[in-house]
Design a binder for this molecule. Sequence first.
Ligand SMILES: C[C@@H]1N[C@@H](c2nc3ccccc3[nH]2)[C@H](O)[C@@H]1O
Length: 451
Amino acid sequence: KKEVKYGQLTELPRQDEAMKKWRSNRFGQFIHWGLYAIPGGIWEGKTYKYAAEFLKSSAGISTATWDSLQYQFNPVKFDAKEWAKMAKDMGVKYVTITTKHHEGFCLWPSKYTDFDIENTPYRKDLLGEFIKAYNEEGIDVSLYYSVLDWHHPDWRYKLNTEEDKAAFERLKAFTENQLLELLERYPTVKGLWFDGTWDQCWKDNGKFSYDLEKKLKEKNPGLIVNSRMRADEYGSRHFDSNGVLMGDYESGYERRLPNPWDVAVTKNDWECCMTIPENQWGYHKDWTLTHIKTSNELIEMLVQCTSQNGNFLLNFGPRGEGNFREKEVKLAKEIGDWMDDNSSVIYNCGYAGLKKQSWGYFTKSSDSDDAINMVVFNKPINGKYRVKLNKGSIIKRAYLLSKPKKSFNLEEIANGEYFLDDVKGKCKDPFVIIIELEDKDSKKFKQKALT
Ligand SMILES: C[C@@H]1N[C@@H](c2nc3ccccc3[nH]2)[C@H](O)[C@@H]1O
C-alpha cells in the first residue's frame, strides 16, 4: 500500500442529504452546446464522421478560424423554459450542461476570458437563463467543465520545459478562477462534472486537483464532483494508487455500461453518460452516419443503471440556433411516456441484492423492504417468468404495476424460487411486475418454516 496524501476527500459512499438526492435522482439529461453546434460536423461542404464537438481537430481548422465562430453564435430559437419543460416531461431529475467544452468557449459571461457568450450576438447570460428555467421545473443542475482548453494560450499537454510549467501554472489559476466564478454566480448548482483531465499535465498536478476539490466544496457545501476531476499525487486517476475512489461517484462509463451481472459495480455510486447516436455529443447535421438508439434501447440502459446502483445521463445536442432536432424531441417524449407509468421503479431505487435473470432487471426502492420490482425486456417463450429470490423469501403476491394490476399465478419451484404464470395482462413494453414478499415476522412465514 502506498501512502496517499492527496486522494479521497470524504469517506464514500456519502450519506449526506445532497448525495442521497443525487442517488435518488437516477435519470439525468446531458446537454452539449457550444460553437461546434454551428457547423454541426460539416466543414466547407465536407461531412466529418467523427464526434461533431471535435470538428476543429478532425477538419484541421486553425484556432483563429474556429474561434471566429463566436461572432456567429446567436441562438435566436433558444427558449430555456421550453428546454426545461421537455426535460421535465422526459422524467429527468437533474441536468448537466457544458459550460465550457474542449474548444474553450464559455456559455456564461466570464471575467477571465473574452471567449464567452458576452462577446457573441446573443450577449446575454445564457447559462443563467438555463439554470433558472431548469430549477423552476424542479430539476437539479450540475455544470460540465472541461479542464482541457484548446483556446487558452497557456494550455500544455505535457510539462517538459520550465516555460511549459510556468504557462500551466497560469492555466491552473484560470481554471480555479473560472470554477469559483461559476459557483459564485450560480449558487443553486448541485454538482461539477469535470472532463478533459486525461493528459500528463493534469496527472502531474494531483495535489492541485485535491486542493481544488477541497476549495470548491468549501465554497458550495454539499457539492458533488465526479471521479474524472481527480488525480492523486502519483498521477492515478478516478481511483487513487491504492484503488480508492476519488470524487463522489465513479464517472468512467462514457458511452458504455458495466456487464449487467456485475455486482462489484454496485459498491460505489456511479454514472453512465450516453449518446443517442454511436458517438456524437455535440449537434451533428447528419444522423444517418451511425445507428440512432431507440427509446427502448435507452430505457433498458436507464433500468440497467438503476439495477446496479448507477445513474444514467442521456445526452442531447441542440442546434447552434437553440432548438433540438425532431428525433431528439420524439425520443424525449417516448421515454417520458414510459416514465409516466413506471418512474417508481427508477426514482429512489437501486440494486435489489439479487442475481440478474434473463427476463430483465430487478430494482428495489430504498424505502421498502418487502417489495421488489421486475422490469421485463425479454419475454420467455414458455410464458412463465422464473424468479430466483434469496433463500427463505416467500412471495405474498406478484402483480402488474400497470392497472388493473392483475396478479400472476405463483408456482414455487424451490426455496425462494418461483414460476410466475403470465396473466395475459395487456400493458406496454417494457413492463413491470411488482413482487410483494411476506415480511419476515408474518405468521405465514413462521408456519412455512415449521413444516
Ligand atoms: C463526455 C464526453 N467526453 C468528451 C471526450 N473527449 C475525449 C477525448 C478523447 C477520447 C474520448 C473523449 N471524450 C466528449 O466530447 C464528451 O464531452
